[in-house]
Design a binder for this molecule. Structure first.
Ligand SMILES: C[S@@+](CC[C@H](N)C(=O)[O-])C[C@H]1O[C@@H](n2cnc3c(N)ncnc32)[C@H](O)[C@@H]1O
Length: 350
């Protein structure tokens, strides 16, 4: 992948960072998601909420059920997951619903599309272009928006410049480039008061995704679940920026060192994402994952399971106690405010 990127740079000169990221993640001939095996599972590079526990999908099923009733139980009501990975979330969510909606998975990765198709034959599976036509229902994107390509900008004493990707011998290097007008407009709106030298990922692709997705939805909700924060909340992270890689559950190499072989991600600027949804006439609300799940009954479920675990310690068999203990652990992981529980959940509703 690195050689192919270097060849493109040799042909056209340095490329914008989002072009580099698009190739590194989505190039059909070596992109991390497009060409590799299934990435989101225990033996992959990261472990997401639905891979940690079925309790995540079961809680989200309660959200979907409320939305279904709010919309008056419309025929054709759809649950669509963008970036569905292995299908774990859809599997637990659909299983917990008391009705059978139309269900769709939109996936950039052929390996993931195959996995979802094999596991959930009732689910419609689409590549990145998504389903044709508009629908009523709920769209869920868990840890997907953080992967959408970003431009990278640096605040200088005289204003913004961009970091593009150039080649230096066999290696790839970041090179300074003048800021493009559309990047500048985004930065002025959503970067906040970044100090000189501060680095910001400009998330135009995320805004475009929200715009397209809001356009698909006649009525219902979009749930974006991810790491990140408001423009203001992200300011302390601006010294270095938030772009990073993951490999085998640990921080990976420098983003330019192993394109195609590591997950490349940045914190989601939820202020910009909300603005894109509001421009489409949607109402937005953002809370932390632990609060969101508590409101859907997961905190009560945890209390009941802890009580049961205590009871079983006195009276029950060791296997049952172990089973309950492991459920308790899973839920604790989902709501840990220093981990998954600290993720943000944006609800955009129409
Ligand atoms: C970090 S994984 C999360 C998978 C799953 N949502 C989960 O929580 O386990 C991100 C997934 O989003 C997919 N993806 C990335 N960009 C996408 C896009 N623009 N459209 C659809 N899927 C995308 C990737 O192929 C990958 O399976």
């Amino acid at each position: 992948m690195k050689e192919r990127i270097a060849a493109e740079i040799a042909r056209r000169g340095p490329i914008p960072f989002e072009r580099f990221m698009e190739m590194a993640l989505y190039d059909p001939d070596g992109g991390y998601f497009a060409a590799g095996p299934l990435r989101s599972h225990e033996r992959g590079d990261f472990l997401t909420s639905p891979e940690v526990s079925t309790e995540f999908g079961i809680a989200l099923a309660r959200f979907v059920e409320r939305e279904y009733h709010r919309l008056g139980g419309p025929p054709g009501f759809m649950v669509m997951e963008a970036g569905a990975g292995s299908g774990s979330l859809l599997a637990s969510l659909l299983d917990a619903l008391p009705f059978t909606p139309r269900a769709a998975a939109v996936e950039a990765s052929p390996a993931a599309r195959e996995a979802v198709g094999a596991r959930l034959p009732q689910v419609e599976v689409y590549p990145r272009s998504g389903p044709p036509g508009r629908f009523r229902g709920v769209v869920i994107a868990n840890e997907m928006v953080d992967n959408l390509p970003v431009a990278v900008a640096v605040r200088g004493a005289e204003g913004w410049s961009e970091r593009w990707v150039g080649a230096d011998g066999a290696g790839l290097v970041l090179v300074e480039a003048p800021v493009r007008p559309e990047v500048s407009v985004w930065l002025d709106a959503y970067a906040g008061e970044v100090p000189v030298g501060g680095v910001v990922e400009c998330q135009l692709e995320a805004a475009a995704w929200m715009d397209r997705t809001a356009g698909l939805l006649e009525a219902g909700s979009i749930l974006v679940i991810d790491y990140g924060g408001t423009a203001e909340g992200l300011l302390p992270r601006r010294r270095e920026g938030t772009l990073r890689t993951y490999r085998s559950h640990l921080p990976g190499p420098h983003p330019l060192d192993a394109p195609g072989a590591s997950d490349l991600t940045s914190d989601v600027n939820f202020t910009a994402l909300m603005e894109a949804a509001m421009e489409r006439g949607m109402e937005c609300e953002m809370v932390r994952q632990d609060e969101f799940l508590a409101a859907l009954g997961l905190a009560d479920r945890l209390k009941r399971l802890r009580r049961k675990e205590l009871e079983l310690a006195r009276t029950g068999g060791p296997m049952e106690r172990l089973r309950v203990r492991s459920k308790v652990k899973e839920i604790e992981t989902l709501i840990d405010p220093r981990g998954l529980g600290g993720f943000r959940i944006l609800t955009a509703r129409r």
